[in-house]
Write a protein that binds this ligand. Sequence first.
Ligand code: UDX
Length: 439
Amino acid sequence: MTHRISVIGTGYLGATHAACMVELGHEVIGIDVDPAKIKRLADGDLPFYEPGLPELLRRSLATGRLSFTSDPAEVAERADVHFLCVGTPQRPGSNAADLRYVDAAIDSLIPHLRRPALIVGKSTVPVGTAQALAARIGATAPAGDGVEIAWNPEFLREGFAVKDSLEPDRLVFGVASAQAEATLRAVYADVIARPTPVVISDLPTAELVKVAANSFLATKISFINAMAELCETTGADVTVLSEALSHDSRIGGQFLRPGLGFGGGCLPKDIRAFMARAGELGVDQALTFLREVDAINQRRRARTVDLAREELGGSLDGQVVTVLGAAFKPESDDVRDSPALDVAASIHEQGAQVRVYDPQAMANARARFPMLTYAESVTAACADADLVLHLTEWAEFRALDPVELGKVVRQRKVVDGRNVLDVAAWRAAGWTYRALGRP
Ligand code: UDX
């Protein structure tokens, strides 16, 4: 059955969700406060890089069931299920989440809600947010208690957003009524039929599932990176350690890849916001370990800078350093809290001439770090380099021929921040190969 759906906030999450809802057969209207973004999306032009999404967006527009607007009155008129997909970034000067976009989205929509509707939160929010919003909506919407709230956290990964939306590992519906559950089951009927496990919960549990999942993933990465620190002082090899652990089916190999650690718009800010919320609730002790998870992650960045300096004889001043990778991970142009750019900026501050290349994230990197130099290709970035740092594991970098690259650099020195280059091949081509957590 076709539902009339709105998607509030058409950034990364919202744009993906809107197109996927059309793919599931629904009629969708997207709304955003940024008119430029709305115009581009309506023209079938995706404002960010995500494999497969441009095609899906254009296909969705061609059905005539996807439109965009800046007018909340139109959204209230044309939809009965409203998905809230706005960002919840880290609040400046604090660890807590900044809920201003959630509040603004709700405040602009509710005065127009004159008939029963379901508002479904997808944004990652501090536990307790949904219940507070429910009270506010009930008190101020013209339709009163006819407007209900549910929480349906999103687990999509950048680079796999379409697949993760249409074929998720699970669906979580935080609901306060059987009616809300029935509506969500109907909206996601095709996904549920795949089959996909559905977990029904109350509102706070659904909010917690998201931050708990991201905290667990961050902990797993920091665990293996803590082991890397041990390996560095004992001469052990963390990649072999990780492989051995991964064969234990209770542990598994995912999110156990040692290296420069996690970044992006989710993991770092989500664990910090979770700690901040626990503090407000008086249970900060329960999450003290996340402070360590964050600290281990930051230390990997510092260690990479130290390794670079060591490789260059103790000083970075005046050296030419190539940084391969700017995005926080491959298959993304997102540079939010990017470990690669963090390292590049530190090395620049220590006097090196840093040249960055990334297959997709150049424009975003340039806007965020205009003081760095950007090259148009790997070869241009590596010309006369004293040191090459491999910091985001794009397939293009893994496939590099160390013999050919060896001909353009000044010194054959490489630091592999992601532990994926073929060590034997690089060493055979005369490179000094260093990596995190390995002898
Ligand atoms: C994450 C969650 O995976 C997703 O479920 C949630 O909805 C949003 O946050 P994303 O931020 O897209 O998704 O990136 P993810 O693939 O999880 O990677 C996060 C970071 O961890 C990247 O910087 C990546 O390089 C790093 N990472 C990942 C490691 O350092 N080691 C690993 O083994 C795995």
